[in-house]
Design a protein around this ligand. Structure first.
Ligand code: PMP
Length: 448
């Protein structure tokens, strides 16, 4: 089998321990993706599928973008890798300047990481480093949110709020982490956009401050819209309240924009969409259109300045970094993505397409096995009714949809839908039509 054309099932599937996958189930009935171009994927059965979740929210610009491939290839031929400590690569400075033009407020300092999880871990460490620099070592606590997803490293799952992600690892979680409630209320059924009710849920943070001392809390981290748990959209006024409570107690507010960043909500970042500026913001995924792993932590100038000022001249100010922090090949991909954002006016494209997508998404609510739908911008979550064991409906439905020619990620009982921004209306129609077929077939399978 040639390296470019891996179209058949390998002789042995035994040695690869697959991530977030039922290995036993998969190995009995493998599903391999062999090619991707534009909005379409191809399976090893030679079937074409439409990509309904932009990979894992990674490829809003479509698959196989020539501009990115060329930039990465050129970079590999010029400088493939150089270690990134105590020396630099020009492109990474250029990229940081470009990103700072898009980020809200004074979030002008970029720290590069390898992925979303390492961006979150870095954000938590920067929050601690900032408070220490200001002489507040007592601020070691973090506040996360139920049903939040922040990646899979120990710090990430500690501040995250997904039960399945922590139940095996409860004994090694970070100490001093509390969680505020998630924002999905029963009255938010089939709501597209921001729910009118529920801003009071932010007061949970005030309760935690009362119980543990606001002066002991380093940061509160939330996804502006919880993505991996099915598009839980913040109620109107909720994020503003979180901001106010953080300000009152000197707590840093971290927005994890790994999913919501780079146009997914219709604005560059959800922070701008909802008019609330965090102190630290994480991004990954669409930063490189998913083709090379990369994460970025954007920090407010005051955080960077405090950490710099607290350190003697010539010393390393922050003992943190990764072998692959801002490596040339990731930077080259990200710079090419920045060019496409501008050339194709991509954020406006997403904003203009969003109402059409939302209309299509909510048209699925008549299906018998659909329990709930939520949506915002170019993202949506469809909860399936529990005809099967809890937590299995999403996967069972994913398999039926895969057969029907539509590809996406399911989590628990929820289908995660996030089309590419390059979609035309006809592609949105195709996604919705194939979801309808797949979900209908799933319903039939459940009854048999
Ligand atoms: N934060 C959020 C909001 C995410 O959605 C994800 C991944 N889905 C992560 C962090 C972790 O990113 P990664 O898988 O690249 O480590």
């Amino acid at each position: 089998m040639s390296s470019e054309n891996r179209t058949s099932v390998p002789n042995s599937l035994n040695e690869h321990w697959m991530p977030f996958t039922s290995n036993k189930d998969f190995k009995a009935n493998p599903r391999l993706i062999t090619e991707a171009k534009g909005v379409y994927l191809k399976t090893h059965h030679g079937k074409t599928q439409i990509d309904a979740s932009s990979g894992l929210f990674c490829n809003p610009l479509g698959h196989g973008r020539k501009e990115i491939t060329e930039a990465v290839t050129k970079q590999l031929e010029t400088l493939d890798y150089a270690q990134p400590f105590q020396q630099g690569f020009g492109g990474s400075f250029e990229l940081a300047t470009k990103i700072s033009k898009h980020t809200p407020g004074d979030l002008n300092k970029m720290f590069y990481t390898i992925c979303g999880s390492t961006a979150v871990e870095t954000a938590l460490k920067i929050a601690i480093a900032y408070h220490r620099a200001k002489g507040h070592a007592e601020r070691f606590r973090f506040v996360g949110r139920e049903r939040g997803y922040h990646g899979m490293n120990i710090g990430c799952i500690s501040v995250g709020g997904m039960v399945n992600n922590i139940k095996t690892f409860a004994s090694v979680l970070m100490p001093g982490v509390q969680h505020i409630s998630h924002t999905h209320l029963p009255e938010h059924k089939f709501v597209s956009g921001q729910p009118e009710t529920g801003d009071y849920l932010a007061n949970d943070l005030e309760t935690i401050c009362a119980n543990f001392g606001g002066e002991n809390i380093a940061a509160c981290i939330v996804e502006p819209i919880a993505g991996s748990t099915g598009t839980l959209v913040p109620p109107k006024g909720y994020l503003q309240k979180l901001r106010e409570i953080c300000d009152k107690h000197g707590i840093l507010l971290i927005f994890d924009e790994v999913i919501t960043g780079w146009g997914r909500t219709g604005s560059k970042f959800a922070a701008q969409e909802f008019g609330v500026t965090p102190d630290i913001m994480t991004m990954a995924k669409a930063t490189t259109n998913g083709v090379v792993p990369m994460g970025v932590v954007a920090c407010n100038d005051f955080i960077y300045d405090a950490v710099m000022d607290a350190s003697p001249k010539g010393a390393v100010e922050l003992f943190h970094g990764y072998t692959y922090s801002g490596i040339p090949v990731a930077v080259a991909a990200a710079l090419a993505v920045q060019d496409i954002f501008e050339k194709d006016d991509i954020f406006n494209r997403a904003k203009n397409l969003a109402p059409y997508f939302q209309k299509g998404l909510f048209s699925l609510q008549d299906l018998e096995s659909v329990d709930n739908i939520r949506g915002y911008g170019m993202m949506g979550g469809i909860d399936m009714k529990l005809n099967t064991k809890p937590g299995k409906a999403g996967y069972e439905c994913f398999k039926a949809c895969y057969e029907a020619g539509v590809n996406f990620k399911a989590t628990g009982d929820c289908l995660i839908i996030a089309p590419q921004f390059i979609c035309e209306e006809k592609h949105i129609d195709e996604i919705i039509e194939k979801l309808r077929t797949g979900i209908t077939n799933y319903q039939k399978n459940q009854k048999n």
